[in-house]
Design a protein around this ligand. Structure first.
Ligand SMILES: Nc1nc2c(c(=O)[nH]1)N[C@H]1C(S)=C(S)[C@@H](COP(=O)(O)OP(=O)(O)OC[C@H]3O[C@@H](n4cnc5c(N)ncnc54)[C@H](O)[C@@H]3O)O[C@H]1N2
Ligand code: MOO
Length: 198
């Protein structure tokens, strides 16, 4: 008869992800209840009047299939996050304000937007996040991906939401930069998810 684990050995440390084999390991040592952080909820939103759903068969002149959203949702799922697909917002302030209000009510941890963060007259993401929160950085010395921005949006309006905050990452719309923003995703977003996930 051998043994699986030394007496007094640490089987799991705080901060480690509990997956299938970890659940088996914990059961082996008779631990059926552990305190865990909930998986962060990530909301993904594309912005742009020119965007249509990727399922659109015939794309008219001036339209483009939304490719960033699927990519960002997949990246968030890979990081074990719960995801909410908020679709496509038009380039107007009311649509975006509505999304932030929804995020406020929905227990959301991280908001990703793509597009609308540059210098165009209808790039509303940055001014809106500035109005509703604190911008920690916008524009980085990197290319592509330069217009990326990060803000914290605080909610102090109601008793339930007081003190709550959402981490908001505004990624450039250009699919090439958004793709390269998967590098930004690894650099900036994965640590933020790790922080929220304990
Ligand atoms: N005056 C300046 N103008 C621009 C600058 C600058 O520093 N000064 N930076 C440029 C850079 S770099 C980039 S990148 C773009 C980023 O602009 P936005 O984030 O506002 O992106 P949009 O204008 O909304 O879109 C750019 C491009 O990408 C297409 N797009 C947008 N969303 C999607 C999506 N979900 N799926 C597929 N394609 C998407 C959109 O149709 C545009 O073609 O700003 C420069 N300008
Ligand atoms: O730097 Mo932009 O992010 O070229 O596409």
């Amino acid at each position: 008869m051998g043994f699986d684990i030394d007496k007094g050995a640490t089987v799991k440390k705080s901060g480690e992800l509990i997956g299938t084999s970890e659940i088996g390991l914990l059961a082996t040592v008779g631990v059926m209840m552990v305190k865990v952080y909930p998986r962060p909820t990530v909301v993904v939103l594309s912005t742009g009047d020119e965007l249509v759903e990727p399922t659109t068969q015939y794309v008219s002149h001036g339209q483009i299939r939304d490719s960033n959203r699927s990519m960002l949702l997949a990246a968030a799922i890979q990081q074990q996050c719960k995801t909410v697909d908020l679709g496509i917002a038009h380039d107007n302030e009311e649509d975006l304000e509505g999304i932030l209000d929804y995020a406020n009510s929905g227990g959301i941890g991280i908001l990703f937007t793509s597009g609308g963060v540059s210098m165009g007259g209808r790039d509303f993401v940055k001014p809106l996040l500035a109005k509703r929160g604190t911008i920690h950085f916008s524009k980085l010395l990197m290319k592509p991906g330069k217009p990326i921005m990060f803000a914290e949006v605080h909610f102090a309006s109601t008793r339930e939401s007081a003190g709550k905050k959402i981490l908001a990452f505004g990624l450039p719309g250009n699919p090439v930069s958004c793709n390269n923003c998967l590098v930004c995703f690894d650099l900036f977003v994965v640590p933020a998810i790790g922080h929220l996930a304990g």
